[in-house]
Design a protein around this ligand. Sequence first.
Ligand code: G3I
Length: 479
Amino acid sequence: MGKSKRTLGLLALCFLLGFCGCADKQETGSETHPEAGVTGEAGATHTPAGNVSPEQSPTAGGTAEPSGAAAPTGTTEPSGAAAPTGTTEPTGTAAPIATQKPTATPKPAVTAAPQKPTETPKPSRPTTGQTPTSALTLTPTQGVKLGTSLYKRYEGYFYFGTCVSASYLNNSKVTELLLEQFNSITCENEMKPDALLNQYQCQSQGKVVVTVPSNTKKILDWAKKNGLKVRGHVLVWYSQTPDWFFREGFRSDGALVSREEMLSRMESYIKQVLNYCDTNYPGMFYAWDVVNEAFTDDGTGYRDCNWYKILGEDYITEAFRFARKYASSGTKLFYNDFNTYINYSDKIKTTRICNLVKELKKENLIDGVGMQAHLDVSYPSADDFVKTVTTFSNLGVEVQITELDVTTTASAAGWKQQGEYLDRIFSALEKNDRTGVCNLTSVSVWGIADSYSWRASQDPLLFDDNLKPKAAYYSVLQQ
Ligand code: G3I
């Protein structure tokens, strides 16, 4: 990734100013995605994710008092402004940095032993015996030695992961940092339906054909070789799923298929993907996001999409039925979404997800809720976020924080604020998980370092552009 962040920042600022000028049109949820109009394989056009109407949007600046507040920073990420992390080649090295860019926070206690929880870990917690010893033997000359690591800090309590794109693996400094800090990974884009579905193959064979591209194999083989665990992301999603997949003859200009045909395609797709993973990487996938983002941004209803159009509301249940049928017993099934902490007035995303979980649990179809957690320092409050983790846990399911990032201003003050915000969240989460108040089994950040993020201009991650730890890192580490 070229260091065009400063330019991106300016663009984002211009965009933000533009947004302010037409705020009631553009205010969106703090996690409105930039993927509107993504074109996938063979020219498939995906349903835009953005452009939610203002009444669908969460308001920011508070927890219980949402009205009248300004939109959170995270809402203003312009479409296309975020660097596409999956395709460009990040260097992760000495990219030029804007002069006002804050430097990584010096932390005196980096070599101190992590304050491990003393309680006996609950038996259901993941074990990390597969973690390679190479992760423990990095030398300071590699520039990434921190003296401790995220996964070791939380070992016995929850996995600590990050998303990875294939290009990460071309940079040895990045892979060293990955192995030092994380024991779980998620493919950022490489296991999404538009990566695994091949239109030509589907058309020529007249059936659903899953083909696993070399970039996907590259990540999975690397994870296997290094003993990392993997979160599967994602089986059924409205986005990054080719439009032709829903059409007759797998043709881009075909009519939408019948309910019966779509259920058959859904089953075939889920079966092939899960079987492929089990056969080639047995025991490596500990969780799968079965359905992603089925509800509108604020939870006022079901998101309109091809799955919903053809199958109706129960596409979610059907997906979980197929996933349960074909997943190995060690693979936990998750519903994954963003803005999961919204629950006020008619904006009832938390309640909607809770109701879905209760329904799915009746058939033993679900194991957990994935809270994406694309946050901003101004929204939601740390308290509301942490409470929501407990709300889902109280349903008797696991909770995994699946895509954590926290946007802030690219400044020393912004980084400090980000550190303080994450400190509030992790001091509570660490305590709640340790004392059984919540059932957190995995936390993943959405990217290794700021410049790799889909929201790169807002410095949302734990490591800076030179792979140095920020205040945010130490806050998560709780040191
Ligand atoms: O594949 C094309 C490539 O052919 C083309 O040359 C290139 C040009 O920019 O674009 C490539 O596609 C990009 C894709 O990432 C792969 O790199 C898209 O433009 C880009 O929009 C896409 O962004 C991804 C986004 O999902 C799309 O939905 C982000 O990297 C990824 O971080 C993001 O992840 C999602 C989670 O899956 C679900 N939760 C929200 C999260 C953030 O949107």
